[in-house]
Ligand binder design. Structure first.
Ligand SMILES: C[S@@+](CC[C@H](N)C(=O)[O-])C[C@H]1O[C@@H](n2cnc3c(N)ncnc32)[C@H](O)[C@@H]1O
Length: 195
């Protein structure tokens, strides 16, 4: 990792922690992943040679930097979806400073609408860190866009287990998926699409 990228990630992590310590309105919080979750994502992208990464929930772009840095190492690309205009603007500014801009496509859109037009089996690794109440409703599209052998990673599987229960039930009932809960950060639910 370049020193400049490491410094940018550290700056964002500090900003997010300071901001979220005093902001109570959910829409104004950054809600960034933990650094060890970033490390896990980096390993998964690199090990899986996941060149087509989709992130749902950009915020100010902290997790995207971890994904894009790993994607760059394997000649991959990250598409990241964010529907809040202020967050999308912050993320755009982050990416412009990162040296990873050409590895990232930031889409300012509602994830449900975007997913509906995305191609079948067009994603190698999908990182889901957005509106948890929508996950079960998005499931048919999430399932459709993930290629066989692809990996779904869902943040907050431990910190917000009750909100993730409907999605977990769908995954558990689906013979095409094998899941594992990894106790890193806020809990990462990993589900690989077997076929
Ligand atoms: C937990 S934050 C993402 C944090 C980010 N992944 C990180 O770790 O730096 C969730 C984000 O999802 C966005 N979001 C919520 N519902 C959405 C939707 N339907 N479509 C796109 N983005 C959405 C929110 O505006 C928020 O910025």
């Amino acid at each position: 990792m370049s020193d400049a990228l490491a410094a940018l990630k550290a700056e964002l992590a500090r900003f997010g922690a300071d901001n979220d310590a005093h902001e109570t309105a959910r829409g104004r919080r950054m809600l960034n992943i933990t650094a060890d979750t970033g490390e896990l994502l980096s390993v998964l992208v690199r090990f899986g040679k996941a060149r087509r990464v989709l992130e749902i929930g950009t915020s100010n772009g902290y997790s995207t930097l971890w994904l894009a840095e790993a994607a760059a190492a394997i000649d991959g690309h990250v598409t990241t979806l964010e529907y809040a205009a202020d967050k999308a603007a912050m993320a755009r500014a982050t990416f412009a400073r990162s040296g990873l801009e050409e590895r990232i496509t930031l889409v300012h859109a509602d994830a449900g609408a975007w997913l509906a037009q995305a191609g079948n089996a067009s994603v190698d690794l999908l990182f889901l860190d957005s509106d948890r109440e929508q996950y079960a409703g998005w499931w048919p599209q999430l399932r459709r866009v993930l290629r066989p052998g692809g990996l779904l990673v869902v943040d907050n599987a431990t910190s917000h287990a009750a909100q993730l229960a409907p999605l977990r039930a769908l995954l558990d009932a689906d013979a095409a998926f094998s899941s594992s809960l990894v106790p890193v950060g806020n809990g990462e639910l990993l589900a690989v699409r077997n076929g």
